[in-house]
Design a protein around this ligand. Structure first.
Ligand code: URA
Length: 210
């Protein structure tokens, strides 16, 4: 991947995103749409998976057909909203290993603090796809990527549904080697750190909490 931030402007993605943004969309519908979009975004983020060939026989004749070379994958969900994207990506790549990163924001320092970290072994050999629907300030995303790099990850991509320009900038400065794939980059962050126009709190809408 070369572009730092790729916007997947496919009509199906954009249509589903509009339904997700609508405040009238129910929790079950929101969850289903996130899974469907995740599948389409996963297609884009894995576009450069290495291909080899395999000798096979079709009913008509033998051929050397394209086949994944078997690069190992790790999907890392940034808790908790990351789990909504994770489900969709796993539908496309069911054999991927899965890890979880949990961070909360310290009310005094405003810095992200780790509360959970469990990732597959041999991260250095894997294509690592970190998933979190909302790239807002970028602080927790950048911290999560720091943790993955410390654990050995070298080939990391960041998959989100919506990004704010502030978050994209923060990630580009902190991790220029980590490409971002998203469905849209919105206008700005508001004073509470919400993406505008955005879709509200992705975790709350996904899990039906408030
Ligand atoms: N996290 C969310 O869930 N929504 C935002 O708008 C920003 C961060």
């Amino acid at each position: 991947m070369t572009e730092h931030c790729t916007i997947v402007d496919h009509p199906l993605v954009q249509h589903k995103l509009t339904l997700m943004r609508d405040k009238g969309t129910s929790t079950s519908e929101f969850r289903r749409l996130l899974q469907e979009i995740a599948l389409l975004l996963a297609y884009e983020v894995t576009r450069d998976l290495p291909l080899g060939t395999a000798r096979i026989e079709t009913p008509l004749e033998p051929m050397d057909a394209p086949k994944l070379e078997g690069k190992k994958l790790a999907l890392i969900s940034i808790l908790r909203a990351g789990n909504g994207l994770l489900d969709g990506v796993l539908q496309l790549i069911p054999s991927a290993r899965v890890g979880f990163v949990g961070l909360y924001r310290d009310e005094e320092t405003l810095e992200p603090v780790e509360y959970y970290f469990k990732v597959p072994e041999n991260l250095e050999e894997r294509m690592v796809i970190a998933v979190d629907p909302m790239l807002a300030t970028g602080n927790s995303s950048a911290a999560a990527i720091d943790m993955l790099k410390k654990a050995g990850a070298k080939d990391i991509r960041f998959l989100c549904l919506l990004a704010a320009p502030e978050g994209v900038k923060r990630m580009k400065e902190a991790h220029p080697d980590v490409p971002i794939v998203t469905a849209a980059v919105d206008s700005h962050l508001n004073e509470k750190g919400y993406i505008v126009p955005g879709l509200g709190d992705a975790g709350d809408r996904l899990f039906g909490t408030k």
